[in-house]
Design a protein around this ligand. Structure first.
Ligand SMILES: [Zn+2]
Length: 216
């Protein structure tokens, strides 16, 4: 059966304001001046409609995603009714920035792989890494995301925070740019080696974790 959706143009001061702020900050992070044909934002009212547009049943925590040049968001007014999140403008801003980050990543790299870097950067730049989370050992984020599920967001975001503490955002951007034309996971590993001068392994990240988060 044909999947038909009826769209109308919509004005929303809050979403517009959060969008502008996120775009501005991402232009600064990615050093990519995205001014023409900016991403479109689609607001969806219910879980049921999310499932139809997304193409399969989604879990309670999913309130947005990105695809090509667009981001899809659950209507902020229905966050508490249709998801397990508690609404705040801060939560919604981070959601918008996370999804927009994926679009910038795609433009800069021509790919959405590797998942740990794409999700890690989106989670890190949008401020979704909770520094209070007690990470004692990173052991999941480099695996296939289909295997580890949502653990990839938390860990990969924290892994990017560690890279940022050790090397700074410029170096992260350098790595992202070098991913362009990426074909194999071996290439990704070699690039990581050459940019950060260490192996792309859990050990490398856990050493940074010890260095930056060991309490005296
Ligand atoms: Zn994401």
């Amino acid at each position: 059966m044909a999947m038909i959706f009826k769209l109308t143009k919509h004005s929303d001061n809050l979403i517009s304001e959060l969008f502008e702020k996120a775009i501005k900050e991402l232009i600064s992070f990615y050093k990519f001046n995205w001014v023409q044909n900016q991403p479109k934002v689609y607001i969806i009212d219910s879980r049921e409609d999310i499932n139809s547009v997304y193409g399969k049943d989604t879990q309670d925590w999913l309130i947005g995603w990105s695809d090509g040049r667009s981001i899809y968001l659950l209507n902020p007014e229905n966050i508490e009714k249709e998801s397990n999140h508690k609404y705040s403008d801060d939560l919604y801003f981070k959601l918008i920035k996370h999804e927009l980050s994926h679009l910038f990543y795609k433009l800069v790299t021509n790919t959405d792989k590797p998942s740990w870097l794409n999700e890690g950067v989106a989670t890190y730049v949008s401020g979704q890494v909770n520094e209070g989370t007690d990470f004692s050992n990173l052991s999941k984020f480099l695996e296939d995301p289909k295997e580890v599920g949502s653990a990839i967001y938390k860990e990969a975001g924290f892994a990017l925070l560690l890279l940022s503490k050790e090397f700074g955002d410029e170096k992260i951007l350098q790595y992202i740019k070098e991913i362009k034309g990426y074909r194999t996971s071996d290439e990704i590993r070699l690039k990581f080696q050459s940019v950060f001068d260490r192996d792309l392994t859990y050990d490398s990240f856990n050493m940074l974790l010890k260095k930056h988060y060991t309490k005296e």
